[in-house]
Design a protein around this ligand. Structure first.
Ligand code: 13P
Ligand code: SF4
Length: 368
Protein backbone atom coordinates (compact mmCIF):
# COMPACT_ATOMS: atom_id res chain seq x y z
CA UNK A 1 0.00 0.00 0.00
CA UNK A 2 1.47 3.41 -0.92
CA UNK A 3 1.33 6.48 1.36
CA UNK A 4 -1.73 7.91 -0.37
CA UNK A 5 -3.65 4.63 0.03
CA UNK A 6 -2.64 4.43 3.70
CA UNK A 7 -3.94 7.94 4.40
CA UNK A 8 -7.14 7.17 2.49
CA UNK A 9 -7.66 4.03 4.54
CA UNK A 10 -7.13 5.85 7.82
CA UNK A 11 -9.61 8.45 6.73
CA UNK A 12 -12.00 5.62 6.09
CA UNK A 13 -14.70 7.03 3.85
CA UNK A 14 -16.26 4.07 2.02
CA UNK A 15 -16.04 4.10 -1.77
CA UNK A 16 -19.81 4.19 -2.16
CA UNK A 17 -19.87 7.86 -1.14
CA UNK A 18 -17.19 8.71 -3.66
CA UNK A 19 -19.23 7.11 -6.42
CA UNK A 20 -22.58 8.73 -5.62
CA UNK A 21 -24.02 11.61 -7.62
CA UNK A 22 -24.35 15.04 -6.04
CA UNK A 23 -28.13 14.61 -6.08
CA UNK A 24 -27.91 11.34 -4.12
CA UNK A 25 -25.51 12.82 -1.57
CA UNK A 26 -27.67 15.90 -1.12
CA UNK A 27 -30.72 13.70 -0.61
CA UNK A 28 -28.94 11.75 2.16
CA UNK A 29 -28.02 14.95 3.99
CA UNK A 30 -31.44 16.52 3.52
CA UNK A 31 -33.39 13.50 4.75
CA UNK A 32 -31.16 12.92 7.81
CA UNK A 33 -31.45 16.57 8.75
CA UNK A 34 -35.21 16.25 8.51
CA UNK A 35 -35.36 13.05 10.57
CA UNK A 36 -33.04 14.30 13.33
CA UNK A 37 -34.52 17.80 13.53
CA UNK A 38 -33.23 19.75 16.54
CA UNK A 39 -31.16 16.77 17.70
CA UNK A 40 -28.69 17.70 14.97
CA UNK A 41 -26.82 21.02 14.62
CA UNK A 42 -24.50 21.77 11.71
CA UNK A 43 -22.33 24.87 12.19
CA UNK A 44 -20.39 25.99 9.10
CA UNK A 45 -17.37 28.29 8.98
CA UNK A 46 -17.42 30.96 6.26
CA UNK A 47 -14.48 29.25 4.49
CA UNK A 48 -16.46 26.06 3.82
CA UNK A 49 -17.42 25.07 0.29
CA UNK A 50 -20.89 25.99 -1.00
CA UNK A 51 -21.80 22.29 -1.36
CA UNK A 52 -21.45 22.03 2.43
CA UNK A 53 -22.50 25.49 3.57
CA UNK A 54 -25.93 25.04 1.94
CA UNK A 55 -26.72 22.54 4.73
CA UNK A 56 -25.34 24.58 7.65
CA UNK A 57 -27.85 25.50 10.37
CA UNK A 58 -25.66 28.50 11.18
CA UNK A 59 -22.68 30.09 9.49
CA UNK A 60 -20.11 32.35 11.08
CA UNK A 61 -16.55 33.26 11.86
CA UNK A 62 -14.69 31.41 14.58
CA UNK A 63 -16.02 33.69 17.35
CA UNK A 64 -19.65 33.34 16.33
CA UNK A 65 -19.36 29.57 15.97
CA UNK A 66 -17.81 29.30 19.46
CA UNK A 67 -20.62 31.44 20.88
CA UNK A 68 -23.26 29.32 19.15
CA UNK A 69 -21.66 26.12 20.43
CA UNK A 70 -21.84 27.45 23.97
CA UNK A 71 -25.47 28.51 23.60
CA UNK A 72 -26.70 25.34 21.90
CA UNK A 73 -28.08 23.01 24.52
CA UNK A 74 -30.62 21.09 22.40
CA UNK A 75 -28.47 19.28 19.89
CA UNK A 76 -27.26 15.80 20.71
CA UNK A 77 -25.10 15.73 17.58
CA UNK A 78 -22.98 18.65 16.42
CA UNK A 79 -21.46 18.02 13.01
CA UNK A 80 -18.83 20.71 12.71
CA UNK A 81 -18.11 21.92 9.20
CA UNK A 82 -14.85 23.71 9.81
CA UNK A 83 -11.41 22.63 10.98
CA UNK A 84 -10.16 20.53 13.89
CA UNK A 85 -9.47 23.31 16.41
CA UNK A 86 -13.00 24.67 15.88
CA UNK A 87 -14.55 21.26 16.56
CA UNK A 88 -12.38 20.94 19.69
CA UNK A 89 -13.62 24.33 20.86
CA UNK A 90 -17.21 23.23 20.28
CA UNK A 91 -16.60 20.06 22.31
CA UNK A 92 -15.07 22.03 25.19
CA UNK A 93 -18.00 24.44 25.28
CA UNK A 94 -20.84 21.92 25.00
CA UNK A 95 -22.33 19.63 27.64
CA UNK A 96 -21.07 16.03 28.11
CA UNK A 97 -24.18 14.50 26.49
CA UNK A 98 -23.52 16.44 23.26
CA UNK A 99 -21.25 14.75 20.72
CA UNK A 100 -19.13 16.73 18.29
CA UNK A 101 -18.17 15.22 14.92
CA UNK A 102 -15.70 16.41 12.29
CA UNK A 103 -16.67 14.93 8.89
CA UNK A 104 -13.01 14.54 7.85
CA UNK A 105 -10.40 14.10 10.57
CA UNK A 106 -7.74 15.43 8.19
CA UNK A 107 -9.28 18.91 8.30
CA UNK A 108 -6.57 20.54 10.40
CA UNK A 109 -5.04 24.02 10.24
CA UNK A 110 -1.45 24.60 9.15
CA UNK A 111 -1.15 27.56 11.49
CA UNK A 112 -2.38 25.60 14.52
CA UNK A 113 0.23 22.96 13.63
CA UNK A 114 3.00 25.54 14.04
CA UNK A 115 2.81 25.39 17.84
CA UNK A 116 2.62 22.27 19.97
CA UNK A 117 2.30 21.99 23.72
CA UNK A 118 5.92 20.84 24.24
CA UNK A 119 7.29 23.82 22.33
CA UNK A 120 4.93 26.07 24.28
CA UNK A 121 6.04 24.77 27.68
CA UNK A 122 9.69 25.14 26.70
CA UNK A 123 9.14 28.67 25.41
CA UNK A 124 7.30 29.64 28.61
CA UNK A 125 10.16 28.38 30.73
CA UNK A 126 12.69 30.42 28.75
CA UNK A 127 10.52 33.52 28.62
CA UNK A 128 9.84 33.34 32.35
CA UNK A 129 13.60 33.24 32.94
CA UNK A 130 13.95 36.37 30.81
CA UNK A 131 10.89 38.33 31.94
CA UNK A 132 9.94 36.86 35.31
CA UNK A 133 6.30 37.12 36.31
CA UNK A 134 5.55 39.96 33.89
CA UNK A 135 4.09 37.85 31.06
CA UNK A 136 0.59 36.57 30.26
CA UNK A 137 -0.22 34.16 27.40
CA UNK A 138 -2.89 34.80 24.77
CA UNK A 139 -3.66 32.24 22.12
CA UNK A 140 -5.54 32.65 18.88
CA UNK A 141 -8.33 30.06 18.82
CA UNK A 142 -6.43 28.55 15.89
CA UNK A 143 -4.46 26.38 18.32
CA UNK A 144 -4.72 22.96 19.92
CA UNK A 145 -6.85 22.31 23.00
CA UNK A 146 -3.63 21.52 24.88
CA UNK A 147 -2.30 25.03 24.21
CA UNK A 148 -5.62 26.62 25.17
CA UNK A 149 -5.41 24.61 28.38
CA UNK A 150 -1.87 25.82 29.08
CA UNK A 151 -3.00 29.40 28.48
CA UNK A 152 -6.05 28.99 30.76
CA UNK A 153 -3.90 27.53 33.52
CA UNK A 154 -1.49 30.46 33.29
CA UNK A 155 -4.15 33.15 33.64
CA UNK A 156 -4.50 33.93 29.93
CA UNK A 157 -7.28 33.77 27.37
CA UNK A 158 -8.08 32.89 23.78
CA UNK A 159 -8.69 35.50 21.08
CA UNK A 160 -10.26 35.45 17.65
CA UNK A 161 -9.68 37.86 14.81
CA UNK A 162 -12.94 39.65 15.77
CA UNK A 163 -11.96 40.45 19.32
CA UNK A 164 -8.15 40.45 19.33
CA UNK A 165 -7.86 44.17 20.17
CA UNK A 166 -10.24 43.84 23.11
CA UNK A 167 -8.38 40.79 24.39
CA UNK A 168 -4.91 42.36 24.06
CA UNK A 169 -6.18 45.40 26.02
CA UNK A 170 -7.53 43.04 28.67
CA UNK A 171 -4.22 41.18 28.85
CA UNK A 172 -2.28 44.41 29.42
CA UNK A 173 -4.50 45.14 32.40
CA UNK A 174 -3.29 41.84 33.90
CA UNK A 175 0.46 41.94 33.12
CA UNK A 176 3.16 44.12 31.55
CA UNK A 177 3.84 41.84 28.60
CA UNK A 178 1.96 39.38 26.45
CA UNK A 179 3.04 36.21 24.72
CA UNK A 180 0.85 35.79 21.63
CA UNK A 181 0.46 32.36 19.96
CA UNK A 182 0.59 31.06 17.27
CA UNK A 183 -0.01 33.75 14.61
CA UNK A 184 2.67 36.42 14.57
CA UNK A 185 0.73 38.49 12.03
CA UNK A 186 -2.54 38.75 13.94
CA UNK A 187 -0.54 39.52 17.10
CA UNK A 188 1.60 42.16 15.37
CA UNK A 189 -1.30 43.83 13.54
CA UNK A 190 -3.40 43.95 16.69
CA UNK A 191 -0.67 45.31 18.95
CA UNK A 192 0.31 47.89 16.32
CA UNK A 193 -3.29 49.15 16.12
CA UNK A 194 -3.19 49.61 19.89
CA UNK A 195 -0.15 51.90 19.60
CA UNK A 196 2.61 49.42 20.42
CA UNK A 197 5.68 50.08 18.28
CA UNK A 198 7.18 47.39 16.06
CA UNK A 199 10.40 47.94 18.01
CA UNK A 200 8.56 46.78 21.15
CA UNK A 201 7.67 43.43 19.60
CA UNK A 202 9.95 40.41 19.84
CA UNK A 203 9.49 37.10 18.03
CA UNK A 204 9.84 33.68 19.66
CA UNK A 205 11.30 31.17 17.23
CA UNK A 206 10.03 27.72 18.34
CA UNK A 207 12.38 25.82 16.04
CA UNK A 208 15.62 27.48 17.24
CA UNK A 209 14.05 28.02 20.69
CA UNK A 210 15.22 31.57 20.92
CA UNK A 211 14.00 35.12 21.04
CA UNK A 212 14.53 37.21 17.90
CA UNK A 213 14.84 40.80 19.07
CA UNK A 214 17.31 43.62 18.43
CA UNK A 215 16.33 46.06 21.19
CA UNK A 216 17.02 46.13 24.93
CA UNK A 217 15.09 43.23 26.46
CA UNK A 218 13.16 45.37 28.96
CA UNK A 219 11.60 47.24 26.02
CA UNK A 220 9.81 44.15 24.61
CA UNK A 221 6.06 44.33 25.37
CA UNK A 222 4.74 41.71 22.99
CA UNK A 223 6.35 38.35 22.26
CA UNK A 224 4.98 36.92 19.03
CA UNK A 225 5.10 33.21 18.25
CA UNK A 226 6.72 32.65 14.86
CA UNK A 227 3.71 31.07 13.16
CA UNK A 228 1.53 32.13 10.26
CA UNK A 229 -1.36 31.11 8.03
CA UNK A 230 -0.14 29.55 4.80
CA UNK A 231 -3.21 30.88 3.00
CA UNK A 232 -3.11 34.53 4.13
CA UNK A 233 0.67 34.80 3.74
CA UNK A 234 0.06 34.56 -0.01
CA UNK A 235 -1.27 38.11 -0.18
CA UNK A 236 1.68 40.36 -0.91
CA UNK A 237 2.74 43.97 -1.21
CA UNK A 238 3.17 43.29 -4.96
CA UNK A 239 -0.51 42.31 -5.19
CA UNK A 240 -1.46 45.63 -3.60
CA UNK A 241 0.89 47.68 -5.77
CA UNK A 242 -0.49 45.99 -8.89
CA UNK A 243 -4.06 46.71 -7.81
CA UNK A 244 -3.31 50.35 -6.96
CA UNK A 245 -1.66 50.87 -10.36
CA UNK A 246 -4.21 49.07 -12.51
CA UNK A 247 -7.42 49.87 -10.65
CA UNK A 248 -6.96 52.85 -8.32
CA UNK A 249 -10.69 52.94 -7.50
CA UNK A 250 -10.50 49.48 -5.95
CA UNK A 251 -10.81 49.40 -2.16
CA UNK A 252 -8.58 46.78 -0.57
CA UNK A 253 -9.81 44.82 2.45
CA UNK A 254 -7.80 42.02 4.08
CA UNK A 255 -7.87 39.58 6.99
CA UNK A 256 -5.46 40.45 9.87
CA UNK A 257 -3.67 37.12 9.35
CA UNK A 258 -1.97 38.91 6.42
CA UNK A 259 1.53 40.32 6.99
CA UNK A 260 1.91 43.74 8.60
CA UNK A 261 3.09 45.40 5.34
CA UNK A 262 0.01 44.12 3.51
CA UNK A 263 -2.39 45.28 6.24
CA UNK A 264 -0.63 48.67 6.38
CA UNK A 265 -1.15 49.26 2.65
CA UNK A 266 -4.79 48.08 2.64
CA UNK A 267 -7.81 50.30 3.18
CA UNK A 268 -9.44 48.03 5.76
CA UNK A 269 -8.59 44.89 7.76
CA UNK A 270 -10.78 42.64 9.87
CA UNK A 271 -12.16 39.17 10.56
CA UNK A 272 -14.15 37.18 8.04
CA UNK A 273 -17.42 38.59 9.45
CA UNK A 274 -16.02 42.11 9.25
CA UNK A 275 -15.15 41.58 5.57
CA UNK A 276 -18.59 40.16 4.77
CA UNK A 277 -20.35 43.08 6.49
CA UNK A 278 -18.12 45.71 4.88
CA UNK A 279 -19.08 44.49 1.39
CA UNK A 280 -22.74 44.10 2.38
CA UNK A 281 -22.86 47.72 3.55
CA UNK A 282 -20.87 49.08 0.61
CA UNK A 283 -22.66 51.10 -2.05
CA UNK A 284 -23.72 49.48 -5.28
CA UNK A 285 -21.15 49.96 -8.02
CA UNK A 286 -18.16 50.06 -5.65
CA UNK A 287 -15.07 47.94 -6.37
CA UNK A 288 -13.33 45.67 -3.82
CA UNK A 289 -10.23 43.50 -3.77
CA UNK A 290 -10.39 41.01 -0.90
CA UNK A 291 -7.46 39.35 0.82
CA UNK A 292 -8.88 36.24 2.41
CA UNK A 293 -9.76 32.61 1.74
CA UNK A 294 -11.11 31.84 -1.74
CA UNK A 295 -14.34 29.96 -0.93
CA UNK A 296 -15.49 33.02 0.98
CA UNK A 297 -14.33 35.46 -1.70
CA UNK A 298 -16.23 33.47 -4.37
CA UNK A 299 -19.39 33.49 -2.21
CA UNK A 300 -19.12 37.25 -1.69
CA UNK A 301 -18.68 37.74 -5.45
CA UNK A 302 -21.82 35.66 -6.15
CA UNK A 303 -23.87 37.40 -3.46
CA UNK A 304 -23.03 40.89 -4.73
CA UNK A 305 -23.51 41.09 -8.49
CA UNK A 306 -24.08 44.86 -8.10
CA UNK A 307 -20.48 45.35 -6.87
CA UNK A 308 -17.18 44.61 -8.56
CA UNK A 309 -15.43 42.15 -6.23
CA UNK A 310 -12.16 40.28 -6.93
CA UNK A 311 -9.51 38.40 -4.98
CA UNK A 312 -6.50 40.56 -4.10
CA UNK A 313 -4.31 37.72 -5.38
CA UNK A 314 -5.76 36.36 -8.65
CA UNK A 315 -3.91 33.06 -8.19
CA UNK A 316 -5.28 32.21 -4.74
CA UNK A 317 -6.54 28.75 -3.82
CA UNK A 318 -9.01 27.86 -1.08
CA UNK A 319 -7.73 26.72 2.34
CA UNK A 320 -6.91 23.08 1.58
CA UNK A 321 -7.79 21.80 5.04
CA UNK A 322 -11.13 23.63 5.19
CA UNK A 323 -11.81 22.12 1.77
CA UNK A 324 -11.44 18.57 3.11
CA UNK A 325 -14.99 18.83 4.39
CA UNK A 326 -17.01 18.04 1.30
CA UNK A 327 -20.43 16.64 0.49
CA UNK A 328 -19.36 12.95 0.46
CA UNK A 329 -17.75 13.31 3.94
CA UNK A 330 -20.78 15.15 5.29
CA UNK A 331 -23.17 12.48 3.99
CA UNK A 332 -20.94 9.67 5.34
CA UNK A 333 -20.64 11.32 8.75
CA UNK A 334 -24.40 11.85 9.05
CA UNK A 335 -25.33 8.32 7.93
CA UNK A 336 -22.80 6.84 10.35
CA UNK A 337 -23.97 8.81 13.35
CA UNK A 338 -27.58 7.92 12.57
CA UNK A 339 -26.51 4.25 12.50
CA UNK A 340 -24.82 4.67 15.89
CA UNK A 341 -21.36 4.25 14.39
CA UNK A 342 -19.33 6.66 16.48
CA UNK A 343 -16.32 7.57 14.37
CA UNK A 344 -14.94 11.05 13.67
CA UNK A 345 -15.86 12.15 17.19
CA UNK A 346 -13.86 15.03 18.63
CA UNK A 347 -13.47 14.62 22.35
CA UNK A 348 -11.07 16.66 24.44
CA UNK A 349 -9.97 14.80 27.56
CA UNK A 350 -10.14 16.20 31.08
CA UNK A 351 -8.34 18.12 32.61
CA UNK A 352 -7.24 19.66 29.30
CA UNK A 353 -10.85 20.56 28.47
CA UNK A 354 -11.42 22.16 31.86
CA UNK A 355 -8.42 24.51 31.65
CA UNK A 356 -9.03 25.26 27.97
CA UNK A 357 -12.57 26.24 28.92
CA UNK A 358 -11.16 28.78 31.37
CA UNK A 359 -9.25 30.46 28.52
CA UNK A 360 -12.26 30.37 26.20
CA UNK A 361 -14.66 31.60 28.86
CA UNK A 362 -12.46 34.61 29.68
CA UNK A 363 -12.77 35.56 26.01
CA UNK A 364 -16.49 34.81 25.69
CA UNK A 365 -17.31 36.81 28.84
CA UNK A 366 -15.63 39.87 27.30
CA UNK A 367 -17.25 39.38 23.87
CA UNK A 368 -20.97 39.35 24.73
P1 13P B 1 -12.01 34.05 11.63
O1 13P B 1 -11.66 34.29 13.07
O2 13P B 1 -12.13 35.33 10.88
O3 13P B 1 -13.17 33.16 11.50
O4 13P B 1 -10.77 33.32 10.96
C1 13P B 1 -10.48 31.99 11.26
C2 13P B 1 -9.49 31.48 10.34
O5 13P B 1 -9.08 30.36 10.39
C3 13P B 1 -8.95 32.43 9.39
O6 13P B 1 -7.96 31.83 8.66
FE1 SF4 C 1 -5.79 27.68 9.29
FE2 SF4 C 1 -5.20 29.56 7.49
FE3 SF4 C 1 -6.91 27.61 6.85
FE4 SF4 C 1 -7.59 29.54 8.60
S1 SF4 C 1 -7.16 29.78 6.43
S2 SF4 C 1 -7.96 27.34 8.82
S3 SF4 C 1 -5.62 29.88 9.64
S4 SF4 C 1 -4.72 27.36 7.35
Amino acid sequence: MNLFETVEKMNGIPDKYKNMSIKELEEIVRSIKQRLGRKLFIPGHHYQKDEVIQFADATGDSLKLAQLSEENIDAEFIVFCGVHFMAETADILTAPHQKVFLPDMRAGCSMADMADIYQTERAWEELTKLFGDTIIPLTYVNSTAAIKSFVGENGGATVTSSNAEEMVKWAFLQKERIVFLPDQHLGRNTAYNLGIGLDEMAVWNPIDQKLEYDGPIEKAKVILWKGHCSVHENFTVDNIQYMREHDPEMKIIVHPECRREVVALSDLAGSTSFIIQAIEHAESGTAWAIGTEMNLVKRIINNHPDKHVVSLNPHMCPCLTMNRIDLPHLAWCLESLEDGDNHNIIQVEQPVAENAKLALQRMLNLSR
